[in-house]
Design a protein around this ligand. Structure first.
Ligand code: ATP
Length: 276
């Protein structure tokens, strides 16, 4: 693992600016979906502050409002009540200054790896040369060198997710929102992506909020793990295992701080799955 220089590291050193203002601030958020026949309360009074440089994982049972929370932070859907601030400003519509990665990589089948990554630059009207340099740095960072022209169907699922990740990071967002980005991958590829994600987080200093159903993924990646209840989604507990930022996979999984947090998370999710 080599330290990266150049545009990738341009957020400055990946300093965790503890004690500064939150980069994301969610206050008393409620989201109801109302139709003629029913009303669903997806989120109920959720408050969460994310500091610059944190890696927050959000775990919770299916349907507890995790995706809705990410979409509200991104300004893709509005809250019914409550307030969201990103970079200190109220979120009132779609946010451009973030990266978003989904479970499905959503690549264009007829475009090669590099051109799929550069789509982000085209949509934003970024300076072409800067974008190309940045794309090449990201291709190197994510181990895609040699596959620049490969089409999505020629790539493994893990490689496709790496391309999607490069695209989400191309414009150097300070905040990256990820909705189950590795959920469709096999277990070994998922582990590999977790290891890479930890490295990319450390090397870029990006603030990450990642939604997951996986207990090991939540604890391995998160500097903080937010646990949600079944619908209506509320935050039931926040875990801070205190693991170092650099995490070798095997030793981390055997670390008592990891095992204790994983056990607690399993308990909370298990308890929240119990019939009412
Ligand atoms: N656009 C919508 N219209 C109506 N109901 C919605 C809409 N989006 C989400 N919901 C409902 O809100 C609740 C929360 O959905 P959401 O997708 O946020 O949950 P989730 O925790 O991300 O689920 P999963 O883990 O299964 O992806 C669900 O009951 C869902 O049916």
């Amino acid at each position: 693992m080599t330290a990266t220089t150049g545009p990738i590291a341009s957020h400055g050193s990946p300093a965790r600016s503890v004690g500064t203002d939150p980069i994301i601030e969610v206050s008393h958020l409620t989201r109801r979906f109302t139709s003629k026949r029913s009303e669903t309360v997806a989120l109920d009074d959720v408050s969460l502050a994310v500091q610059p440089g944190e890696f927050v994982t959000i775990a919770g049972p299916s349907g507890c409002g995790k995706s809705t929370l990410l979409k509200i932070i991104a300004g893709l859907t509005l809250a019914t009540d409550g307030d969201v601030r990103l970079y200190g400003k109220p979120v009132t519509g779609p946010q451009r200054e973030i990266g978003f990665a989904f479970q499905r990589s959503a690549l264009l089948e007829w475009r090669g790896v590099r051109k799929n990554i550069l789509l982000q630059a085209e949509m934003r009207g970024m300076d072409r040369r800067r974008a190309e340099e940045r794309a090449d740095d990201l291709i190197e960072l994510t181990g895609l060198t040699g596959f620049e022209k490969a089409l999505p169907h020629e790539l493994s699922g893990g490689m496709q997710q790496r391309v999607a990740l490069c695209r989400a990071l191309l414009h150097e967002p300070r905040v990256l929102l990820m909705d189950e980005p590795f959920g469709a991958l096999d277990a070994l590829t998922r582990e590999q992506m977790n290891i890479e994600m930890n490295r990319i987080w450390r090397e870029t200093g990006t603030t990450v909020v990642l939604v997951t159903h996986s207990v090991p993924e939540a604890v391995y990646l998160g500097s903080r793990i937010v646990v949600m209840s079944p619908r209506p989604g509320r935050i039931v507990e926040t875990l801070e295992p205190g693991l170092p930022e650099r995490r070798e996979y095997g030793p981390t999984l055997a670390d008592p701080r990891f095992t204790a947090a994983a056990e607690r998370l399993r308990d909370l999710l298990g308890a929240s799955h119990a019939p009412e």
